[in-house]
Design a protein around this ligand. Structure first.
Ligand SMILES: Cc1ncc(COP(=O)(O)O)c(C=O)c1O
Length: 412
């Protein structure tokens, strides 16, 4: 099973869905004086905003569209550069391209998230935003990244797709930058198959996000309106069906997080004394989602042998999430031959180039690491080995023992 929320789909989701189907309102807008209209999308937005400690949320049909809404809503566009980590899902990069800006790839550090030192090195007069991606359920170094953003007058956008429910030293993720974006696809903490959310505490940004996600309209419109639209928008709306499932899933969030955290603690304890084995640095162990346990070997060869014997892959070979495996970015495969935004006349940074090996620190770390599933089993993350949300202490101990046996064979 892909993610923890998906494992717990059951009666609660059925009941919520039935309410929508029986009510007959599948669209996020309905007639407020009809009790059959349950306004699930609106309720979900309010609940996620509250949980995140911000005033506003806009539900979208995916995490990718949430990122595009945030970028375009915050005014990122032609001529701008956005600093993005080289270890992330393609959507963090492609959303920048579709906002018509230039993604600038930066190194990750031992948190497997953006390295603030490299972010500093990558800042130019054209930098408009830093996109902090909280990979594998773990918050990036948000204090440092926020300080850099403030020092240089940059936007900080949090890609929280893989970390719904995480917090950073007491503050919910997504609430620290100018906008936070979530995904509810099947690999995420909670799911509705697909879905997303963008949150902010800034009223003006909220109005722009809402307008961009729904044809330029104002927030919470009740029906069709004419005129006074602040911008040209698109349609990234969430349906009542998705929101119904997510409302049920949201009520399971605490159970999911505490189960994953306990399983991760137990797994880590079971393998923590293997000589030469190190762990990914976690910026806030109490606030992370604990979906994945990432281990680091002294060299790539050992990591590769262990991965192979466990039936999995090193992170560098896991495909989707590693810049050096993204041929569409490396080759700038835009949808039309003009090559915008890379050839945009507003862009004054010269030729844009991406190549395998451009992020040696990232390449080194990913080549000698393995992602162990605690609750997200995703071949695209290289987390084929491990446990799932349904597993209890016995299975965790069994899998930890299996890992220990194989790792010890090559490390001792
Ligand atoms: C880091 C990251 N950003 C963005 C996304 C995009 O989310 P979605 O698949 O909902 O469009 C994902 C999804 O896998 C992701 O992992």
């Amino acid at each position: 099973m892909p993610g923890p929320g998906m494992e717990l789909i059951g009666e609660e989701e059925k009941r919520e869905l039935l309410e929508v189907i029986e009510g007959g309102y599948l669209f996020r807008y309905g007639s407020e004086d009809n009790p059959a209209f349950k306004a699930k999308v609106y309720r979900l937005e309010q609940e996620v905003a509250k949980l995140s400690g911000v005033r506003y949320a806009v539900a979208t049909n995916s995490g990718t569209s949430a990122l595009l809404v945030a970028l375009c809503g915050l005014g990122v566009g032609p001529g701008d550069e956005v600093i993005v980590p080289g270890y992330t899902f393609i959507a963090s990069i492609s959303s920048v391209v579709y906002a018509r800006a230039i993604p600038v790839l930066a190194e990750i550090d031992r948190t497997f998230n953006l390295d603030p030192e490299d972010v500093r090195r990558k800042i130019t007069p054209r930098t408009k935003a830093i996109m902090a991606v909280h990979m594998l359920g773990n918050p990036a170094r948000l204090d440092e990244l926020k300080a850099i953003a403030e020092e240089h007058g940059l936007l900080l956008i949090e890609d929280c797709a893989q970390a719904f429910g995480a917090s950073y030293h007491g503050r919910p993720i997504g609430s620290i930058g100018h906008a936070g974006c979530f995904s509810f696809n099947i690999f995420k903490t909670i799911t509705s198959g697909d879905g997303g959310m963008v949150i902010t505490d800034d009223e003006e940004a909220y109005h722009r996000f809402f307008a961009f996600h729904d044809q330029g309209h104002k927030p919470l419109r009740k029906g069709v309106e004419v005129g006074e639209r602040p911008l040209i928008g698109l349609d990234f709306r969430m349906t009542e069906l998705q929101a119904a499932v997510l409302l049920a899933q949201l009520r399971k969030l605490e159970v999911i997080l505490s189960h994953l955290r306990e399983n991760k603690r137990r797994f880590k304890e079971g393998i923590s004394d293997i000589p030469g084995l190190e762990f990914r640095e976690v910026t806030d162990p109490r606030g992370e989602c604990a979906t994945i346990l990432t281990v680091i070997f002294p060299d790539a060869e050992t990591a590769h042998k262990v991965a192979e014997e466990l039936g999995t892959r090193v992170v560098a070979g896991s495909g989707w999430h590693v810049y050096s495996n993204m041929e569409q970015i490396l080759n700038k495969l835009t949808v039309t031959p003009e090559g915008c935004p890379f050839t945009c006349p507003y862009y004054k940074g010269g030729e844009v180039r991406y190549w395998k090996g451009m992020l040696p620190q990232t390449d080194d770390l990913l080549s000698r690491s393995i992602n162990i599933s605690i609750g997200v089993s995703d071949p695209g993350l290289g987390s084929a080995f491990g446990v799932t949300m349904r597993d209890g202490p016995d299975e965790v101990e069994r899998k930890a023992e299996e890992f220990r046996r194989v790792a010890m064979k090559y490390l001792s």
